[in-house]
Design a protein around this ligand. Structure first.
Ligand code: SF4
Length: 67
């Protein structure tokens, strides 16, 4: 729990909750939609963009825990 959110529905970047679509936090049907209230939306956007970039770059999914 050090800066890395792992959704229990996310499996290999896909959402087991929403038809195995690519995980898109906040999309319709997403576990997080309407459930989590992020303090800073723009910050969250950047977080997910960063995560997507990291994954696209082939880095391990689990972070080092330091951020
Ligand atoms: S779209 Fe939402 S519910 Fe689905 S895996 Fe991503 S964060 Fe979880």
């Amino acid at each position: 729990m050090a800066g890395s959110w792992g959704c229990p529905h996310e499996v290999d970047d896909r959402c087991s909750k929403v038809n195995n679509l690519p995980c898109n936090p906040g999309m319709k049907g997403c576990e997080l939609a309407g459930r989590f209230r992020f303090a800073d939306e723009s910050k969250n956007e950047r977080y997910w963009e960063k995560k997507a970039r990291e994954q696209a770059a082939g880095k391990p999914k689990i972070s080092s825990g330091t951020s």
